[in-house]
Design a protein around this ligand. Structure first.
Ligand code: DX5
Ligand code: ZN
Length: 215
């Protein structure tokens, strides 16, 4: 399976965001981190920024919603240009998370769930049949530049097994602390989409770094 790279623009210079998005044109997705100051202790970017970014890239935009009750906002993120929207399973009741996934699909977009580090692999099972992607956090969500949690790899492997056993068309993404070393660990564990913020945006040569992260 080919490895896809999703640079997180959270690590880009927000004053030069258009340039920052164009700099990752050789990647596979643009990873767009939305934080509400409630689900996570940080506030980032939202709908108007997504609309602006949409005009500057042909890449699919992967919107990672770190917000409480994401079902309230998924339609607006789809309309603003998201191609793929992921919601944390911890962010609402299972019924509301199902509703969020259904709303994203009704907009013709891809949908998925995200697990925080303390959430067990089994938590994806009620949603797996309707997921186009599952995202496993390899740091506590909220900030770029944190240390990779290698102890999340058994969870990645367990979810890879769930997907393969069921023969599902579902991607498996990891997010947090992915660099030129830890990318290999993630790929070995079964991830096929790697989010990388600081590793990409701190690189002197961004296209070369994106290539290196493919493992
Ligand atoms: C963290 C975000 C990540 C973050 C990754 O809450 O979801 O996408 O930007 O940044 P790095 O790659 O620097 O850990
Ligand atoms: Zn993210």
């Amino acid at each position: 399976m080919s490895v896809k790279i999703a640079p997180s623009i959270l690590s880009a210079d927000f004053a030069e965001l258009g340039t920052g998005v164009e700099a990752i044109a050789t990647a596979d997705y643009v990873h767009f981190d939305v934080m509400d100051g409630c689900f996570v202790p940080n506030i980032s970017i939202g709908i108007p920024v997504l609309q602006s970014i949409r005009k500057r890239t042909a890449l699919p935009i992967d919107v990672h919603l770190m917000i409480v009750q994401p079902e309230r906002y998924v339609d607006q993120f789809c309309d603003a240009g998201a191609d793929l929207v992921t919601c944390h399973v911890e962010a609402d009741t299972p019924e509301k998370i199902h509703l969020a996934l259904d709303k994203i699909h009704a907009k013709g977009k891809k949908a998925g769930v995200v697990l925080k580090p303390n959430t067990r692999a089994e938590a994806v099972l009620p949603f797996l049949d309707k997921c186009d992607i599952v995202l496993v956090m390899t740091v506590e969500p909220g900030f770029g530049g944190q240390k990779f949690m290698a102890d999340m790899m058994p969870k990645v492997s367990a979810i890879r097994r769930y997907i393969d056993e069921r023969n599902l068309d579902c991607e498996l993404e990891v997010d947090g602390g992915v660099d030129a070393v830890t990318c290999k660990t993630c790929i070995e564990a079964g991830a096929n989409v790697l989010v990388a913020g600081s590793a990409v945006y701190k690189a002197a040569n961004i296209p070369a770094k994106i290539k290196e992260l493919r493992g």
